[in-house]
Design a protein around this ligand. Sequence first.
Ligand code: APR
Length: 236
Amino acid sequence: MAKAQNIVILTGAGVSADSGVDTFRDPDGAWVKNDPVKVCTPEGFAADPALVHAFYNARRAQLPSVDPNPAHFALAKLEAETVKAGGTVTLVTQNVDNLHQRAGSERILPIHGHLDKAECTSCGKVHHWTEDLSTETPCPACDAKTMRPYIVWFGEIPRGFDEVEEAMMEADLFVAVGTSGSVYPAAGLVGFARQRAIPRVELNLEASDNATLFTEARYGKASEIVPAWVDEVLSS
Ligand code: APR
């Protein structure tokens, strides 16, 4: 593969699976154990905020005990080497954990929000947050007890997607890592890359919903296949 200069990488829960973070749609996934309508929609939050807070409090509390795995580090290395060679890497992540940040990736577009942030729906302020949230949690800025997880729920608009589209216009390589390709607009990116006729690589445990749209695929555990693929790309 010719040395790519402007790479867009889309990651999903599968890139963090080997760090011990649940995916959503695998047999033991979060949407098997919980009803996403109840815990991942504005309607669910309005109906039962305590249930939603409990779901995210449990995931937030896990963050200190999980670490980036070799897949996260390999993607950070790909960015560092590509930038050194005068190129760009834009890492569009659907994940809300902080593992890409902790692995050293810099240009990250977290389109589904951050588990370690909380938003006040009265004053709009977004705060770094590591503790539990409840309906009794006062906003540090305005004191209103109207805090919510800083997560994009189903039916809400992913953040920064205009920046994602700008990066896709310049991309000469698109890579999807650890995503089932089942949630739009993220799942539509490979189709956009196909329209631009650029190489499209899928690195996943198994074929995703839109596997047929990729020009190349490697299947296996991300912590194994992503470092191998990055080393191949960097030595090509
Ligand atoms: N290595 C690589 N891939 C893996 C691994 C692993 N160890 N384990 C699982 N996978 C793959 C699965 O085969 C699956 O294709 O990761 C993918 C995970 O898919 P989902 O659970 O659907 O997660 P994701 O694609 O990130 O979901 C997208 O849906 O619910 C929303 O907002 C949520 O961001 C999430 C979005």
